[in-house]
Ligand binder design. Structure first.
Ligand SMILES: [Ca+2]
Length: 93
């Protein structure tokens, strides 16, 4: 196989693998537990809510980029109940 085609194939396989890892079949309960752990870790000043920098510094990149959508009351912070509501939505709960 020409080197170029091999590289394309590897790239496609890599993307497929990333997509699979991303859509891991976590149960709602597992996802909820992980969310709560992430939230506690990310809330570095311990005020019970996350600012966008806190989310971003904790590596919660999906939250950081969807911050305004998750922050449903638009106070500039995301609370655990807001995140839990979003998770419940994603799981059809
Ligand atoms: Ca905080």
């Amino acid at each position: 196989m020409p080197d170029f085609r091999k590289r394309v194939l590897l790239a496609v396989l890599g993307l497929t693998f990333a997509a699979t890892a991303f859509a891991q079949d976590q149960t709602y309960e597992e996802a909820l537990a992980e969310l709560r752990t992430q939230f506690r870790r990310a809330d570095v000043n311990g005020d019970g809510k996350l600012s966008q920098p806190e989310a971003s510094n904790a590596g919660m990149s999906r939250l950081a980029s969807n911050f305004r959508r998750v922050d449903t009351d638009r106070d500039g912070f995301v609370t655990l109940p807001q995140l839990e509501a979003r998770l419940a939505d994603q799981y059809g709960r």
